[in-house]
Design a protein around this ligand. Structure first.
Ligand code: NAD
Length: 490
């Protein structure tokens, strides 16, 4: 990524300055440029795309695709298809993964040029409410701006007492670097990152243990949606310790010695290893810490611009993505959870449009979540847990994928599609799916929610057969009572 050489360094001015070139930032920059604004985009790394493209969503999906191939090949042995044991060349896999991110990164660089956006590689810090100072490889530059969009993202949460400098202690970036396949890998945190990386390293041959603080994996998701994943990985992984805390990690020559707090690991209900608990301590070849991410709000000099940043590093915004300083906007991970690329891009467009004088606001009804595990787990709208907590009356239907012809042709039957509808009106409130490729199905439910569809609308929409997408219509038909693919006693 080259800074635009034509720029007169002493007088860089931006109508719209965008700080951060991840999915939120580059989308905001592109939209603002398309709306006629003169845009300066600042990114500290040589490649655009941020965490998502370089060390997140995209490389993880490339590796998860490899995991899926390995699993499918293994599992179809029992159905008469055998290729023998896979031979894994991690150098080649790594190169392929890097080629995917490079192709996309090059594409972004092209889009920047086509839009005549001034791209500056360097670390930007606000020095006032109208200036940013950028430390580049060749020196410090100052850019003045009329409006700014902060899209500076987040970083992995570190647990300070852990030996964070030990190369065997990984964050998600280290795990995605695919330097080696450890024999024994501990994943601290049974959230989305932890479980996606567990899927990859299990397929590549590591013995996996997962330790999770709460009483279920992916705690934000309804238990019934997570259960098929839990049951499957319980058989594949060495241990899944729920309601368990890591108390210390000690670097030893022969591995990382991890100590666990067993208190609270015996729980009354829910799913999990309640009776067993974790050992006092165990030695691992590598430990991935995936216990969430922290916003970068305190790392950008926001206070000099007068922008309020809270204790954790989040920046509060209104529906137009404006911070407390009206000409400075913020989007993406830095403004709050969920820290998802598709939320950031949507917010980026809103901020750019408002900056360009359009009437826009963030009013999405839901932000879907997808765990690209095997099976995939996805949900949107109201969860059943939330409906119960908020006392919302709902009808619920669950269509089991064991009754989906398409799922059976994939050799899988553990999936389910769940739909929640408003009791009075049948309007869709929430939905979730678990199963192979479930993540591809959730967008239909999001559209249904956004369009105010009810169960009848979905049930009467002709879905192609035999597809997994039918399961959403079948779940809706359970609500309306018109299902024929199952027999439901009246
Ligand atoms: P997360 O919040 O999704 O999960 C962290 C998990 O760690 C939680 O289950 C939490 O209970 C557990 N935990 C916290 N402290 C712990 C401790 N001391 N010991 C054991 N367990 C502990 O965070 P993540 O998986 O690190 O992901 C970070 C962010 O990135 C999230 O916002 C996530 O949504 C996003 N992300 C999304 C995707 C996707 O959409 N597929 C993929 C990767 C990351």
């Amino acid at each position: 990524m080259d800074a635009n050489p034509a720029v007169n360094e002493s007088a860089i001015h931006a109508e719209v300055l965008v700080l951060g070139g991840g999915p939120g930032g580059y989308t905001a920059a592109f939209r603002a440029a398309d709306l006629g604004k003169q845009v300066v985009l600042i990114e500290r790394y040589p490649a655009l795309g941020g965490v998502c493209l370089n060390v997140g969503c995209i490389p993880s999906k490339a590796l998860l695709h490899i995991a899926q191939i390995i699993h499918e090949v293994n599992e179809f042995e029992q159905h008469g298809l055998s290729y023998g044991k896979p031979s894994v060349d991690i150098n080649k896999i790594r190169s392929w993964k890097e080629s995917v991110t490079k192709t996309l990164g090059d594409g972004l660089a092209g889009l920047v040029k086509q839009r005549k956006i001034t791209l500056i590689q360097g670390t930007g810090l606000f020095t006032s409410a109208n200036t940013v100072e950028i430390t580049t490889e060749t020196g410090v530059k100052t850019v003045s701006f009329e409006q700014a969009i902060i899209a500076a993202g987040s970083h992995p949460t570190k647990i300070p007492v852990f030996p964070n400098d030990d190369p065997r202690l990984w964050n998600s970036t280290d795990a995605l670097a695919l330097k080696e396949i450890p024999k024994k890998l501990l994943i601290v945190g049974g959230g989305i990152i932890g479980l996606e990386m567990a899927t990859v390293y299990h397929a590549l041959g590591s013995e996996i243990s997962v330790v999770e603080l709460m009483n279920q994996i992916i705690p934000g998701c309804d238990n019934d949606l997570v259960t098929p994943l839990y049951r499957r990985i319980k058989k594949q992984y060495k241990n899944i310790w729920l309601e368990t805390r890591v108390t210390s990690i000690e670097a030893q020559e022969d591995g990382l010695k991890v100590s666990f707090d067993r208190a609270g690991s015996l729980s009354a209900d829910g799913i999990g290893d309640k009776g067993k608990g974790a050992p006092e301590s165990e030695l691992f070849d590598a430990v991935l810490v995936a216990v969430g991410r922290r916003p970068n709000g305190k790392l950008i000099g926001a206070e000099l611009a007068g922008v309020n940043v809270d204790e954790l590093g989040f920046i509060a915004v209104d529906k137009q993505q404006r911070t407390n300083i009206p000409h400075i906007f913020a989007i993406g991970d830095i403004v709050g959870n969920p820290m998802l690329a598709h939320k950031a891009t949507h917010e980026g467009k809103v901020a750019a449009e408002v900056a360009a004088g359009l009437k826009a606001g963030f009013d999405a009804l839901t932000i879907p979540a997808v765990a690209y595990t095997d099976p995939e787990v996805t949900w949107m709208g109201l969860t059943e847990n939330q409906a119960k907590q908020q006392g919302i009356a709902y009808d619920k239907a669950v269509f089991p994928w064991a009754a989906s012809g398409r799922s059976l042709t994939l050799g899988r039957k553990e999936g389910l599609t769940k739909i929640l509808c408003e009791k009075e009106t049948g309007r869709i409130l929430g939905a979730g799916m678990t199963g192979p490729n479930a993540g591809e199905l959730i967008a239909e439910a999001v559209l249904a929610l956004e369009m105010g569809a009810d169960a009848e609308d979905v049930g009467l929409t002709i879905h192609p057969h035999p597809m997994l997408s039918e399961t959403f219509a079948f779940a809706a038909e359970i609500i309306t009572g018109s299902i024929t693919d199952l027999y439901i006693k009246k």
